[in-house]
Ligand binder design. Structure first.
Ligand code: C5P
Length: 239
């Protein structure tokens, strides 16, 4: 596969066209940003962890019947994915109160929810990804009813699969963000699933093993990312 023009450079990734019009190459960067790009740093090796971990989790999802954009890993930072049309919706699943939910509702971080929550945000850096709901999605034609029902169903299935996997490697999956795309009329999971897009807490110590270490200046960010990769490769427990 030949890597051609850079189509887009985001905060954490670059996307390239290839000699095949149906596929793209994603290159993961070590650049970390938070608070809508206002805070920036380089976390050495982050791109490698996110690439490997995303690919591994996409394979786990595919084995469990969830379609994703993933095709194959090309190098430690590069992967080949299907070209999809991304829905301009960030889909967040929460199992435990944390982050913006704790702030918005004045709830204590770490409180386990009686049932999981699905949240939608409008994907717009300029607006800071504002919270929306189904009514906005239909009124603004961001997705059809059938597509959104599929997205919600897939998001909950992804949650069940990931919770089971992470429990087996001693990690609580607190919350995470998914993006979905359309590929030949089918809804697929796209973007990435990594410590940049999930909250991971050690099941015993509750130590944070994700991007909150960078957002909140907790230190040892690189170590936390590498620890997540280490647990992945050491354990052979796969759903
Ligand atoms: O900040 P908030 O609590 O809403 O984040 C919920 C989850 O979604 C976290 O795991 C966070 O890492 C992820 N997220 C993301 N990209 C965003 C917003 C949130 O990956 N733009």
């Amino acid at each position: 596969m030949e890597k051609r023009d850079m189509l887009y450079e985001g905060k954490a990734k670059k996307v390239f066209t290839t000699d095949n019009s149906d596929t793209l190459i994603i290159e993961y960067k070590d650049q970390a940003t938070a608070f809508n790009g206002r805070k920036r740093a380089i976390i050495p090796g982050k791109g490698i962890v996110n690439n490997r971990m995303s690919n591994f989790l996409f394979e786990v999802l595919e084995r469990n019947g969830i379609e994703t954009h993933y095709i194959k890993e090309l190098s430690e930072r590069e992967s080949c994915v299907k070209k999809v049309k991304i829905f301009p919706i960030e889909v967040i699943v929460r199992n435990v109160v944390a982050g913006s939910m704790a702030q918005r509702l004045g709830l204590e971080e770490g409180t386990r929810l009686k049932q999981r929550i699905l949240e939608y945000c409008y994907k717009s850096d300029a607006l800071g990804d504002p919270l929306i709901n189904e009514y906005y999605i239909y009124a603004l034609e961001l997705a059809t009813k059938q597509q959104l029902e599929k997205i919600a169903d897939m998001a909950f299935k992804v949650n069940s699969i990931l919770v089971e996997y992470f429990t087996n490697i001693g990690v609580d999956l607190i919350d995470f963000k998914l993006e979905f795309g359309l590929c030949n009329g089918r809804v697929v999971v796209a973007d990435e699933i990594s410590p940049d897009t999930c909250r991971f807490w050690d099941s015993v110590t509750k130590e944070k093993l994700d991007k909150d270490r960078f957002r909140r200046d907790l230190g040892n960010t690189q170590e936390a990312y590498l620890e997540m990769l280490r647990r992945r490769t050491e354990e052979n427990i796969m759903p």
